[in-house]
Design a protein around this ligand. Structure first.
Ligand code: NDP
Ligand code: HSE
Length: 476
């Protein structure tokens, strides 16, 4: 160990108090003991889309990892549900085990890529209690109960790292947490779900149906085990919670994120967006907002995920396929953009292995990665108070006075209309008028509360047949 470097609590406990693990089974590489023979035992939980690539790359680049870490990383096992299932040819069946709990107790470094809340949480806690550092890609768990894991890691003096949990291969967690630690982040806005971006892009560019595009995204390994998490926005909401917590030094859980998915986005919406010079993207938006004029200096956090219309010229409008892109706006740095592969086994494995190398270096040289910071302790803004622009499409009766009636409802709730477009619906292409008109309105900024009240009143008008579409509009 370097002179003066602080030993983690678990290390002191092991050598000076009660050994919590069987030392003979643990690695020879302890803090500061880098040598040619030093080794660190690595356990991987999960051998699916991501785990397979983590294991493959770990084995095939073993010598590079030894050189970069200063100790050999020995893969001691890979936990799966079904040890009989055929795996990648590079992964020996001898490595597979169904006994994840015993595996984590023997490891110095545990990579969790099994997903889900349980048993992932219990296994990571067991690993931490037994002195292992943990690397996870599990955004669902971190956004639900991350603090339990962070506190356990702090108490044990080990690392918990999760670069892969947000935006796949893109280095984003470390830049926000470390490179921007001297700045004040104001807003993070991004495409953080590859599956939904793949679907929306395919609908807009190839005319693919929602179902066909989702099936392709599943085949390509982008979607979660249950793709509902992707298409209903829950995956992006988990990532928004993680980003808000990091960026604003406060605790934000997935329950604090207002979330809407893309299941209601229709081919008609995609076409309407195109006619307005826009595309539809599922965006995660987290920002610090002032509490109000009566509370100077007070700020709250807003965190939300919605399908939004973005103008073609917006840089996020051109993010194609399963790619992700994230804007970070900070007081001093200004606007930064991060772009890259947001999903898929190999790109995600890159981020996982980056964390593994960093955690392994800490084991060899001493020290820990940066932990959770929540000193700001900001309250979360109610979604009702969030202001944005809206696109509303109405099916109305084609009668005199209907436009004025509709406009009056917007005015009643102080929602100012920016543009209106009316199309008279023919009975058939080129046929006579059907008595129905389609009104497409784009508003100026209005609160979610005002817009909801407007839509409720519109639904009660005899002249309004239906509210066919409601989308948020971002980017001037
Ligand atoms: P998969 O569903 O492809 O793989 C999950 C793996 O975990 C399987 O090998 C499965 O075993 C194993 N597993 C699941 N439950 C258990 C259990 N109870 N005990 C033992 N093993 C278990 O998931 P992914 O690889 O796609 O995702 C893994 C994690 O990475 C998730 O948290 C996901 O959110 C995250 N992630 C995924 C990305 C992606 O592009 N796929 C990108 C970024 C993050 P078996 O093979 O026997 O069924
Ligand atoms: N299902 C996720 C996505 C994987 O599509 O983005 C990456 O987190």
């Amino acid at each position: 160990m370097t002179r003066g470097a602080r030993r983690p609590a678990w290390f002191l406990q092991m050598i000076e108090v009660v050994p919590v693990v069987n030392q003979a089974e643990k690695s020879q590489a302890t803090y500061g003991s880098a040598s040619a023979e030093a080794l660190l035992k690595v356990a991987v939980l999960g051998c699916g889309e991501v785990g397979t690539q983590v294991v493959r790359l770990l084995l095939s680049q073993a010598d590079d990892f030894t050189a970069r870490v200063g100790a050999r990383l020995e893969l001691i096992g890979v936990a799966v549900r079904d040890v009989q299932r055929e795996r990648h040819p590079d992964i020996s069946r001898d490595l597979l085990t169904a006994d994840a709990e015993q595996l984590v107790k023997r490891a110095d470094l545990v990579v969790e890529v099994m997903g889900g809340i349980e048993p992932a949480r219990s296994l990571m806690l067991t690993a931490i209690e037994h002195g292992a550092s943990v690397i996870t890609a599990n955004k669902a768990l971190l956004a639900t109960d991350g603090p339990t894991l962070y506190e356990a890691a702090d108490a044990a003096g080990v690392d918990i790292s999760f670069e892969a949990a947000v935006a796949g291969a893109i280095p984003l967690i470390r830049p926000i947490r470390e490179s921007m630690a001297g700045d004040q982040v104001k807003r993070v806005l991004g495409i953080v779900n590859g599956t939904t971006n793949y679907i929306l892009d395919a609908m807009a560019t190839t005319g693919a149906t929602f179902d066909d595009a989702l099936a392709d995204a599943q085949k390509l390994g982008y979607a979660e085990a249950d793709p509902t998490a992707d298409i209903e926005g829950h995956d992006a909401a988990a990532k928004a919670a993680i980003l808000a917590s990091l960026a604003f030094h406060t605790r934000v859980s997935i329950n604090d994120v207002k979330c809407g998915g893309i299941t209601k986005v229709t081919a008609e919406d995609v076409k309407a967006a195109d006619e307005l010079g826009h595309v539809i993207k599922l965006l995660a938006i987290v920002e610090r907002v002032p509490c109000g004029d009566d509370l100077p200096g007070c700020e709250k956090v807003s965190a939300r995920v919605f399908p939004v219309m973005l103008p073609y010229e917006h840089p996020l409008a051109n993010v194609r396929g399963a790619y992700n892109a994230v804007f970070v706006e900070a007081e001093a740095a200004g606007k930064l953009m991060f772009y890259g592969a947001g999903a898929g086994g190999t790109p995600t494995a890159s981020a996982v292995l980056g964390d593994l190398v960093a955690a392994a270096r800490h084991r060899v040289r001493g020290g820990r990665g940066t932990g959770e910071s929540r000193y700001a302790d900001l309250a979360v803004l109610s979604i009702d108070e969030v202001s944005t622009r809206f696109y509303v499409k109405l099916s109305v009766l084609d009668r005199p006075g209907v436009l004025a009636t509709v406009a009056n409802i917007f005015a009643k709730h102080e929602v100012s209309i920016d543009t209106v477009r009316q199309v008279i619906v023919p009975t058939a292409p080129g046929g006579s008028e059907s008595g129905e008109a389609l009104l497409s309105l784009v508003t100026h900024e209005a609160s979610e509360r005002a817009l909801e009240a407007t839509v409720n009143d519109l639904n009660n008008l005899d002249s309004v047949q239906s509210v066919r579409s409601l989308l948020r509009v971002e980017g001037a």
